[in-house]
Design a binder for this molecule. Structure first.
Ligand code: IPE
Ligand code: IPE
Ligand code: MG
Length: 255
């Protein structure tokens, strides 16, 4: 398999059963850098390249949606220099990569509370979202200052406000209403979640949306995550039997 260049979707994958939405927790940038004797920020820089390649890969292989965890509501607790570096990196990437992504047909969107971000970054975000709004090839969503608990709290507040104003009755609150108030509203839930770096946790990512996702964990640090690792994740995904709580009739009668 090493001879494959992975320019197109590997032929042993069933193209009719590819995940329609992949979510990634891009973890291990710091440890990757440390392992090579570099400062942590070098890992973030390399991690950004990895992400760019993965967006291209999704396009090349026909996976229509990718959501990447770039900065959590908890990541503000990191040293100021690292936080500042990340925010500047996001801004620079948007500025440098927007034209190419747009050209490739990537639709860029963001999830999370963007209000505390620096105005210059918010301007780049708005520009990227607006410029790519009608693109169709891949929907690339970036989670920045994102936390699932904050998202659900925000949704609860908005719904409570509607109830207070009398435009919504408590008995009319259902799963669809809650979904409509999430940052991901309108995007189908991820089918596959991938976390790199060997950590086996969700770290406050998409708790509602991942209810029926398949999980794939790899020990590879994010900057080393390449098409070969992604291919392996997809192979594992295609081996899973997604039952959604049901039983297969054949199995239940076979005894
Ligand atoms: C993930 O890599 C990137 C962000 C959270 C922004 P880390 O920075 O968490 O890398 P490790 O986990 O410390 O190795
Ligand atoms: C999760 O990684 C957040 C992102 C990848 C942006 P962390 O490195 O922040 O998660 P923990 O601290 O190991 O749970
Ligand atoms: Mg980490």
């Amino acid at each position: 398999m090493n001879n494959f260049d992975y320019d197109t979707c590997p032929t042993d994958l069933d193209s009719d059963r590819l995940p329609q939405h992949v979510a990634v927790i891009m973890d291990g940038n710091g440890r990757w850098a440390k392992r090579q004797g570099f400062p942590r920020i070098a890992g973030h820089r390399q991690g950004a390249r990895t992400l760019k390649n993965l967006v291209h890969c999704c396009k090349d292989w026909g996976i229509p949606a990718l959501t990447a965890y770039a900065f959590s509501t908890e990541n503000w607790r990191r040293p100021l220099e690292e936080v500042d570096f990340l925010l500047v990196l996001f801004e620079r990437l948007l500025r440098q990569e927007l034209a190419e992504m747009d050209h490739e047909g990537v639709r860029i969107s963001f999830i999370g509370d963007l209000s505390p971000l620096p105005p210059s970054l918010r301007r780049e975000i708005d520009r990227a979202v607006l410029a790519t709004a009608n693109n169709q090839a891949v929907h690339f969503s970036v989670a920045v200052n994102y936390g699932s608990r904050a998202e659900l709290t925000h949704a609860c507040r908005q719904i409570a406000e509607q109830v207070r104003q009398g435009t919504l009755q408590p008995e009319d609150i259902n799963e669809q209403v809650i979904e409509q108030h999430l940052y991901t509203s309108g995007t189908p839930d991820p089918d596959l979640l991938i976390r790199s770096s060997g950590e086996l946790r969700l770290s406050n990512y998409l708790l509602w949306q991942l209810a029926y996702a398949e999980f794939y964990f790899t020990d590879v640090f994010w900057p080393d995550f390449d098409r070969a690792v992604f291919y392996k994740a997809l192979q594992h995904y295609q081996m899973r039997d997604r039952r959604y709580g049901t039983v297969k009739l054949q199995q239940s009668y076979a005894g």
